[in-house]
Design a protein around this ligand. Structure first.
Ligand code: FAD
Length: 510
């Protein structure tokens, strides 16, 4: 492949180049800029805005919370005068020559490169105008626009995005197709899912008056402030992924006058989609929206014509206005593969070792694009989340700096324990370690404590030691459990009293 759309300009040399203006790339560039104040750090990104971490709070040793703000690149350049942002996608990586070539035809030579180009939504089918993926500000805005006119949509997938959508959407019937038995399988087990389900039919609390994150629309419009003149989304270019609270500030209301209306179809996938004309020609029958969750497919025939129909693997067919494909992401490695023999992980990400090095010399990777290939701590696993994008971006910069200066570097503490705090169905959710007994087979025990509507606590134990926990609600146990998982104290003698609500466990172990 050659950069054929624009003439090549003479290569400009930078000691460090970071590709991607998402959390991983921006964090990496910021740390490099701070460590090498007399060097220019080049940040090359396809998106017109960058993502910055703001209001960072270290909640405990490993748990962190922060907000994410979309900012014009000039704001970053003002904060770090030695960062230069170039808004153009990387079209070609010539790893042998230590060069990248941008869509604009510019050549940039590097000593060390960090690839942080994120991931793309995995769509159930490509090229169907009625199938949407949600990834960046543009796709979220498109979704909101279509939802405003929709009476029924189908959501496919069972991860964080699907969970948030089914809870947030009002004024529209939602058919939610999940391949697992219980909802939220990426984060929860069946018990936690049961705890959460009543929230789907309960009235939602009033949304906060002010949105806590600043949001910009990049689709043609200029944001209210700080956006560089002329900066607009380039069609077909991938923007940064959305993240925590991405739906706050978006009006997720359909065309009907109703609150939540969600029907879950579990243990199934999408077998086929039909456009209206094809569906009518085939004289297929679709089902009306089930009146109750228990309806087993003996629901009435739906006489209403719909723009698109989904046939599920359980044989049921529903019509809807559009389909949201929330079935995960694929690392965005494609722009960098031509002529470069990167080792890829099973999930298609660039394999990185314990120093965030890819398999090619002087090329690092961080965030959603990479797949970690080091032997992890027994209570850590990679998940494509904000927190890990920030931690990896920071640690990759540390490794690049250490390598440049010939210094050793220790694995960052954040990789000792998987720790994530988020919100689902308006509950605080803390996930620690092997919270879903990942990889433990049957050699573990679970302990549960549940107060309906208030809290759900699950701990994963192995040989008397705590390996993971799910805390839903205001439990205040995260720090204690974090310590118990990290220090691997033998808790056998406490037995079930570990979760006894009458014992102040926090005091006990402090
Ligand atoms: P991204 O943020 O995707 O950034 C990639 C950057 O690379 C972008 O700036 C893009 O423009 C640029 N780029 C792409 N290709 C090129 C190229 N060829 N050349 C130059 N630049 C390029 N995580 C959570 O922890 N909690 C949540 O609640 C949560 N909710 C989410 C909701 C949604 C809808 C989505 C989509 C994701 C959510 N995530 C959440 C995941 C989280 O957003 C990602 O894990 C995180 O943003 C990854 O950061 P990143 O920097 O690796 O990639």
């Amino acid at each position: 492949m050659a950069a054929d759309s624009a003439p090549l300009l003479a290569a400009v040399h930078s000691r460090f180049i970071v590709v991607g203006g998402g959390i991983a790339g921006v964090t990496c560039a910021e740390l490099l800029a701070a460590e090498f104040p007399s060097d220019y750090i080049l940040l090359v990104t396809a998106s017109p805005v960058i993502k910055a971490v703001v209001n960072f709070r270290q909640v405990s040793r490993t748990l962190e919370e922060f907000d994410v703000e979309e900012q014009a690149s000039s704001v970053l350049e003002k904060r770090y005068p030695n960062i230069k942002v170039i808004q153009s996608g990387v079209k070609w990586l010539k790893s042998g020559e230590h060069k990248i070539i941008t869509e604009a035809g510019e050549e940039h030579a590097y000593e060390k490169l960090c690839l942080c180009a994120g991931a793309k939504p995995k769509l159930i089918t490509e090229g169907n105008p009625f199938v949407l993926g949600i990834r960046d500000t543009d796709s979220a805005a498109e979704f909101q626009k279509r939802l405003g006119k929709a009476k029924r949509i189908t959501i496919v997938g069972n991860g964080g995005i699907a969970l948030e959508l089914v809870y947030e959407i009002e004024g529209c019937e939602v058919i939610w197709a999940i391949k697992d038995k219980a909802i939220g399988n990426t984060f929860f087990d069946a018990g936690a899912a049961e705890f959460l389900i009543p929230k789907l039919s309960a009235e939602k609390p009033e949304p906060p008056l002010a949105c806590k994150r600043t949001k910009y629309t990049t689709s043609g419009g200029t944001p209210e402030s700080e956006m560089e003149e002329g900066a607009a989304a380039s069609p077909g270019k991938i923007g940064s992924a959305l993240g925590p609270d991405w739906h706050e500030g978006l009006h997720l209301k359909g065309a009907k006058k109703l609150s939540h209306k969600v029907h879950i179809e579990n243990l199934c996938e999408i077998k086929k989609t039909y456009l209206q004309e094809e569906f009518q020609q085939l004289q297929k029958r679709s089902l009306a929206f089930p009146k109750a969750q228990q309806d087993k497919g003996d629901a009435e025939t739906d006489e209403e014509p719909w723009p698109v129909y989904v046939e599920l693997t359980n044989g049921k067919i529903y019509g809807c206005d559009f389909i949201v494909s929330a079935t995960g992401v694929v690392p965005n490695v494609q722009p960098f593969l031509d002529g470069n023999n990167f080792a890829l992980g099973e999930d298609g990400g660039l394999k990185v070792d314990k120093c965030m090095n890819t398999s090619l010399p002087d090329i690092y990777a961080a965030g959603d694009i990479c797949t970690t290939s080091w032997e992890p701590s027994p209570v850590w696993q990679q998940m494509r989340l904000w927190t890990q994008a920030r931690q990896m971006g920071w640690y990759a910069a540390k490794c690049m700096a250490a390598d440049t200066l010939g210094e050793p570097v220790d694995m960052d503490f954040s990789f000792e324990l998987f720790a994530h705090v988020t919100k689902f169905f308006n509950y605080k959710v803390v996930l620690l370690g092997k919270y879903n007994a990942q990889g433990l087979g049957s050699d573990h025990e679970l302990m549960l404590r549940c107060t309906k509507g208030l809290e759900y606590i699950k701990v994963v134990m192995q040989n008397g030691r705590m390996l993971g926990a799910v805390l839903i609600g205001e439990t205040d146990l995260e720090e204690t459990f974090e310590n118990l998982i990290l220090n691997q104290m033998d808790l056998s003698r406490y037995g079930e009293h570990l979760l006894d609500p009458n014992i102040d466990i926090e005091d006990y172990f402090d």
